[in-house]
Design a protein around this ligand. Structure first.
Ligand SMILES: [Zn+2]
Length: 113
């Protein structure tokens, strides 16, 4: 195994960034926008193989394409596409989530806690 020498460690916990995909090889990169960087952003290659992430983006939705394939994309309103079986919460109008046979509202579940 190749030994790498890393430099300048700092914790990434709690850092807000964007998952982007390289235009060259489509590899995922973690991008941080900050004026302190020369270009206004800095991209990190992802060597971590199971990093825990939380999606912090009101304009993001999960979809099922078929039995095996589920995807993360922009919301249908942004994409301008029609979605089969899209249901919204009667109480708060949030997009309902499906987990197995259970359908629930992520916003109302959060408020009931
Ligand atoms: Zn709701």
């Amino acid at each position: 195994m190749k030994k790498s020498k890393y430099k300048n460690e700092r914790s990434a916990d709690g850092v807000n960034g964007i998952l982007i995909f390289s235009m060259f090889d489509n590899k995922p990169l973690f991008r941080i926008y900050d004026k302190k960087y020369e270009d206004g952003f800095k991209d990190f290659e992802i060597f971590h193989d199971d990093v825990s992430i939380t999606i912090n983006d009101p304009l993001a939705s999960f979809y099922d394409i078929d039995e095996e394939t589920s995807i993360l994309d922009h919301p249908s309103q942004v994409l301008g596409i029609e979605v089969e079986q899209t249901e919204f919460c009667m109480k708060c109008n949030a997009l309902l989530m499906v987990h197995g046979d259970e359908i629930y509202c992520p916003r109302c579940v959060e408020e009931e806690k």
